[in-house]
Design a protein around this ligand. Structure first.
Ligand SMILES: Cc1cc2nc3c(=O)[nH]c(=O)nc-3n(C[C@H](O)[C@H](O)[C@H](O)COP(=O)(O)OP(=O)(O)OC[C@H]3O[C@@H](n4cnc5c(N)ncnc54)[C@H](O)[C@@H]3O)c2cc1C
Length: 473
């Protein structure tokens, strides 16, 4: 039975929180029953991130329960679900916080028009990034392509921004919902239990992580963030991806802390890298499937399924790469330094297209984010707009010796190498026979020989790069 009562919908997207949620706050201004809605779309997140999402939605539902409300989850296309609801019940307004990913941003425009055509008031806000990409252009009124000037521009513009806009709006009494609206939260089968087990994918889990980072790690972030065995980074990326913590909350906490400006800025700069990823994707939506530097479309990538499988499952014979890939598989996580080492190994040592790496990361990372992931891969491949020069090729063995000198990280994920002394654990293929024997390791049986020779592949990669440069000139 259609109800005569008027409703307001707040459509949750990647803003799964009640605090500092502009769309929710505005929806509540109507003083009408608010329907908190989430529209589930299987294609929206990577495989592993979807498990996080299921938990995050349950957590949001529990928070809403405490406010006498509940989350309505529907499946289907955004437009269809919203239009169905408008037909089912009397909806006078719909609010949401925008997303900026290709396809979604344009779809929002269409949805707005369609709802307005039905006489529904619609309003959407930016909370996904610090600045709406449309508001940031260089002096020639063109999008920035290089990070540093973009960062300087935004920081100047944002000086007061974070403080002014930050507020914690907790809706203490959400109205009761129309019970005719079907709630199928129970139909979601949260999976990936083993991966999720090491995380607390709730808003409270994110806030606890943030407090821990502020108390223990941020002061040493500049150095600590480089070492995979050290708990030196915030690990907030999945919480930021799903909007369980808002960017404004995070930055306000940092700028209002007693930490020196230098320390604050080291961390905030990284948040602006995220911002730059979104900005670049907004202006160059083909970034997920096409090189931003056109000459890289001619790069002579090799196609070798065995190499790709060895890389995915941590069987390349290069310990730091294998340990990192196993960490990813087991925990859904990989440290930034390791994302760079494993990524560089795939594109420059194995000469496999960065798309293979991007797709694997998309499905296995718990913080899988289309903007940061595609930007990261193009950066590594050298094909991005502000990318690492192609000729800078990481030596995975040296990186391992430098950033995990005591082999602590390697021993965690490669127990078969644990008995090797620090000197040899990074390079078991070069270890003397008696060292291997003492550690009871037979290469080729207990642990693979390297699938490629790094110095040889380095030369090959540089010559492949030269070939596309020559074509360009
Ligand atoms: C190949 C590759 C793929 C990546 N894929 C993703 C991805 O799918 N999702 C994702 O969130 N990040 C991705 N990153 C960026 C970065 O590795 C992660 O954001 C970071 O490791 C998350 O850990 P943290 O939260 O502890 O970071 P912290 O060091 O604590 O940084 C705080 C926040 O700043 C942002 N940030 C930090 N470094 C970067 C960076 N290099 N690029 C963009 N944002 C950054 C993140 O939002 C991060 O949570 C990728 C990097 C590479 C090289």
């Amino acid at each position: 039975m259609p109800s005569q009562e008027q409703y307001v919908i707040v459509w949750f997207r990647r803003d799964l929180r009640l605090e500092d949620n502009l769309a929710l706050r505005q929806a509540l201004q109507h003083n009408l029953p608010v329907i908190p809605l989430y529209i589930w779309d299987d294609s929206l997140e990577g495989e592993c991130a979807r498990a996080w999402l299921a938990h995050a939605l349950q957590d949001l539902d529990q928070q809403l329960h405490r406010c006498n409300s509940k989350l309505i989850i529907r499946r289907g296309s955004f437009e269809d679900v919203l239009n169905e609801l408008v037909e089912e019940i009397s909806v006078c307004a719909v609010y949401w916080n925008k997303v900026y990913e290709p396809g979604l941003f344009e779809a929002d425009d269409r949805i707005q028009r369609s709802l307005r055509g039905r006489g529904v008031y619609v309003q959407s806000y930016n909370s996904r990034v610090l600045n709406d990409p449309l508001s940031i252009k260089n002096q020639q009124n063109q999008p920035y392509r290089v990070f540093t000037p973009f960062y300087k521009h935004c920081r100047k513009y944002n000086q007061e921004f974070c403080r002014r806009h930050y507020a914690c709006y907790f809706p203490h009494s959400l109205p009761n919902l129309n019970r005719e609206v079907v709630d199928d939260l129970d139909l979601l089968q949260p999976w990936g239990k083993s991966v999720i087990a090491s995380w607390n994918p709730t808003r409270e889990g994110g806030m606890a992580r943030l407090r821990h980072f502020m108390e223990d790690s941020i002061a040493n972030y500049k150095e600590g963030r480089e070492f995979p065995a050290v708990d030196g980074t915030s690990k907030l990326s999945p919480y930021l991806h799903f909007g369980q913590i808002s960017l404004h909350e995070l930055i306000s906490l940092v700028v209002e802390s007693d930490l020196s400006e230098g320390i604050q800025n080291h961390f905030i700069r990284q948040i602006y890298w995220r911002e730059f990823c979104y900005y670049t994707l907004f202006y160059f939506p083909y970034m997920t499937y096409q090189s931003l530097r056109p000459e890289f479309e001619q790069f002579p990538w090799e196609e070798n399924g065995d190499y790709i499988d060895a890389w995915k499952y941590g069987k390349t014979g290069v310990p730091i790469v294998d340990a990192a890939m196993r960490q990813l598989w087991q925990t859904g996580w990989m440290h930034n330094r390791l994302r760079m080492i494993t990524g560089s190994f795939l594109v420059k040592d194995l000469l496999q297209h960065w798309q293979h790496g991007m797709v694997w990361f998309h499905d296995t990372l718990i913080d899988s984010d289309i903007a940061c992931n595609s930007f990261g891969w193009q950066w590594l491949a050298g094909s991005g707009s502000d990318a690492t020069p192609y000729f800078r090729i990481f030596n995975p063995y040296k990186q391992s010796q430098q950033y995990d000198s005591g082999g602590e990280f390697l021993r965690t994920y490669l127990p078969e190498l644990a008995a090797l002394p620090d000197e040899w654990i990074h390079i078991p293929h070069l270890a003397p026979a008696d060292v291997l024997q003492k550690a009871e390791i037979t290469l080729g049986i207990d642990y693979p020989f390297p699938i490629v020779d790094h110095p040889e592949m380095r030369i090959k990669a540089l010559s492949a790069y030269k070939s596309i440069r020559e074509r360009k000139t």
